[in-house]
Design a protein. Sequence first.
Length: 735
Amino acid sequence: MAADRSYGWIDLVKLAAAVLVIANHTGPLTSWSEEADFVLTNIISRLAVPFFFMASGFFLFRAAKEGIRNKPSLRKFMVRIGGLYALGILLYLPVNVYAGHFGPDSTAGAILKEIAFGGTFYHLWYLPALLLGTAIVYMLRLRLQDRTVLVVTGALYAIGMFGDSYYGVAARVDALAVFYAQLFDAFGQTRNGLFFAPFFIALGAFIGNAASNTASRRSARWYGGMFLISFSLLLAEGTALHRLGLQLHEVMYVALVPAAYALFRLLTVRSVRGHRRVRYMSTAVYLLHPLAIVLVRGAAKLLGIQTVVIGNSFAFFAAVTIASLLPAAMLAIISVPRSSPMPGNPRAWVQIDLSNLDHNARVLKQALPDGTSLMAVVKANAYGHGSVGIAKRLQRGGIRQFAVAEVGEAVELRKAGVKGDILILGYTPTERLNELIWYNITQTVIHADDAQRLQAHGGKFKVHVKIDTGMNRLGEQFDRQEELLSMYRHSRLQVTGTYSHLAEADSLDPYDIAFSRKQIDRFRHAVDLILAAGFNPGRLHLQSSYGILNFPDLEMDLARPGIALYGLLSTEGGATRTKIDLRPVLSLKASVSRVHLVKSGEFVGYGRSFAAAADTMVATVAIGYADGIPRELSGRGGSVLIHGRRAPIIGRICMDQLTVDVSGIPDVRQGDIATIIGEDGAERITAGEIAMRTGTITNEIVCSMGTRAAKRFVSEPERRPAAKTLAGAGIHAPQ
Ligand SMILES: *Cc1c(COP(=O)(O)O)cnc(C)c1O
């Protein structure tokens, strides 16, 4: 996985953790003090395995993120770990057989149980635990929010803990003693993929999402302090439990959680280059060290130096460590190339920051009265953001109402597994009406005759009735009483909502506000009429983004934000009554494909529209109007960001490419990243800026984005590039 390029500290600590596991299995301090050895092997080194689990959760779910790329990377991961486990089983088969492990009396059931939970050789348990734990966390994350996943897996961990370090407490309660007896019967012990692994994998995944979210990140000193405190608590906890004789196994502690969390976060504060070989080595050490134990014992016996090597616990530990590290290092050198190849970068891509999406949904909801829920408008491929990824993310955040423009968009969401209500805001042709029923999609009734068309079609439809209160686009006229009521009378139409649309909610001009108020009143009157006639109008809704921002106190059941959900206003800098901290979700990036000097007097591009007045360094960027950049941006002062600086667009924007002047930016090379919308260093280009330059609204700019550019979901802004090249920036290509 290339995603872990910038977390070198994690790689190094993983190797240290692998050595701690060796300590665990060799007891380096036993020659001096049993007490000291207990502290080292049964308390301190207990950090090692949670750390491994967290690293897996961190990298796997960070790289996978949401949507498109989640499944393939999970499959890849499971296959890799499964393969490793199979290798481990084979590797230790001779030792197993030698120890009489798979004797004639072991049943197939017992062996299967061992393979699934315990591992066929004592330290191999980690691999099946990783497989099962990852599957559990993956499944939970599909359905629940990060924090809820932590609560669920944390509860499993608590159950596990009372069958482990705190067993002495549980054993005193009869019912619990019975419960755990059964648990042990089923699983052997609780240190497995159900009670132990999921929590730390989920914690790693949680950190992966939060790590570079600047708002939630704290300083290295803060995490260091938290680690020291929780580490001291861990020592105290482990020692106390040991003294009191409460432990059954000494694996699962309370303080292990904050200690492992703080350590892991500490290591993610600063991004340094990853060490692929070191990472490989820690896995190899983990897999090989029991073999090394056997070999060291055998060799010592053969050479007659048992007293020196085996007799001295530290010498034994050292010998095993060397005997594990050396072959692991050799294997790493042979099989892992020193530096990873330059990560391939797409030609052009859209980057989606899902944590900003979460944020926008949250603040919009907060701006509204408690009883008002959001109906997320995800039409036009979620304004160019990718409707499936966006809808699924919002669904995880608790949103149950979605709106699209047409039936094709609704069906796409359903096929991708989006639940809840999906409302079509526009017209559906008669030949596609059946799909509304098949996919349980709600249709807007556009006017009274439209209701008749649906009723005549046969089949039962869920509908929202639209009332025209002055926009004069869709909806039955607010003052045509008979027609209005007729829409609620049809036997085959189940009316679950009634709504209207404001024509000028974005204006704070008193004259325009008066018009919006008039629309609101008309809507209210129409609803009163419907109620008075004894009909149920269902859920009421009126506000789109600007309706929320400028008329936040309306007591409606739903509000329909579109553009604001994506962190944008239609016109950048426009005034709104409520100020909401909206964060842009979309960035647009592309690769530099060529950099060359254009001599004074030469021209650039179609129509020779740019003439070089002096020698000019020109970079060609692999993105054009077919990727959604408006062609009119040519010659309107537009620019892109390269190395955190503005490079003016020169010449005419082509279908797949554009050219920029990089004379003022040293060292631009092929493969460098150009940011068309988004941040790079301290500089930033917004969709609003491009809209302003091309005389349109932000909505139109983002809607045309990414029809061709590969979509890519991330939950956080890209880390600030450490160096100017791609490799240094820790950027990775979508797989
Ligand atoms: C598009 C649309 C919305 C969303 O509008 P924004 O201004 O993007 O928030 C809401 N309601 C209807 C009927 C729409 O067509």
